[in-house]
Design a protein around this ligand. Structure first.
Ligand SMILES: NC(=O)c1ccc[n+]([C@@H]2O[C@H](COP(=O)([O-])OP(=O)(O)OC[C@H]3O[C@@H](n4cnc5c(N)ncnc54)[C@H](OP(=O)(O)O)[C@@H]3O)[C@@H](O)[C@H]2O)c1
Length: 243
């Protein structure tokens, strides 16, 4: 199936568990891709793998909390075509710690990566998204819907991301641009290992979502025609007790 054969997709966090699964899924459906992340060697590796599968791929390595990486991404988009159909924000940072004891710098870092970075990149790419009546996907978290002990700052950043998505949707729907927030529960990978380590819990992979399933849900939602907007998508591991 090739639902994205004529589409251009930009994926931030392409080197991560969820972002990596999304780019593989999109590449399998023929999308032209711009991959964003910090780890240049890893980005190149993924890019080469996908190009061998026959899709057009560009990579831009950089810290998306700053303007230079955002501008480099915008320039790379222009080399892929005349607009953007899909912008996926799957970069993110997690730091465990109580409100009382966590360093204030951890709060700043999580707001920078989880809120500032998608804010900067989205507004920079809005003209390209308008040109194609595109879709912006924010990979949020169940932490964007509620908060627990040891992750208040992370949850606060994800609540802010939810507000960013809702406000943006109210601004750009009129131009045909759609906005989707995705709220996955715990998902296998490097970040979840950090979560378990930080919260003093066992990393039990079997109880977590498979990033490929999160990617399937997102790509299926993105495949809908412009006349329909999935705006909130909540996923949890099916195994109970609920995490
Ligand atoms: N894992 C979970 O259980 C879970 C559950 C719900 C929601 N989420 C959310 O889903 C998203 C992806 O999570 P994941 O599990 O895939 O995490 P991950 O494997 O740790 O990947 C994180 C990604 O973010 C990128 N990144 C981090 N800081 C960055 C920065 N300053 N500039 C540019 N890129 C940066 C990383 O790039 P490099 O590797 O190149 O540094 C990597 O590609 C995050 O927003 C996370 O909050 C995760």
């Amino acid at each position: 199936m090739s639902r994205f054969g004529d589409r251009v997709a930009v994926v931030a966090g392409a080197t991560g568990a969820i972002g990596g699964a999304i780019v593989r899924s999109l590449a399998g459906e023929g999308a032209s891709l711009l991959l964003l992340g910090r780890d240049e060697a890893r980005l190149r590796e993924i890019g080469t793998e996908l190009e061998e599968g026959g899709v057009a791929v560009r990579t831009v390595a950089g810290d998306l909390t700053g303007q230079p990486a955002v501008e480099a991404a915008d320039a790379a988009v222009e080399s892929l075509g005349d607009g953007v159909d899909l912008l996926v924000h799957a970069a993110g940072a997690f730091r465990a710690g109580s409100v009382e004891s966590a360093p204030a710098g951890d709060l700043d870092l999580q707001f920078a990566v989880n809120v500032r970075a998608p804010y900067l990149l989205t507004r920079r790419l809005l003209p390209a998204l308008r040109a194609r009546r595109g879709l912006v996907v924010f990979v949020n978290s169940t932490a964007g819907l509620g908060a627990g002990a040891g992750s208040a700052a992370y949850a606060a950043s994800k609540h802010a991301l939810r507000a960013l998505a809702d406000g943006l949707r109210a601004e750009v729907n009129v131009d045909g641009v759609r906005v989707l927030s995705v709220y996955p529960g715990r998902t296998r990978g490097r970040m979840q290992r950090e979560v378990c380590r930080g919260l003093g819990q066992r990393y039990d992979e079997e109880r977590f979502l498979d990033p490929a399933d999160v990617a399937t849900a997102i790509v299926d939602a993105a495949a809908l025609p412009p006349s329909a907007e999935v705006y909130d998508l909540r996923l949890r591991p099916a195994s109970k007790p609920r995490l």
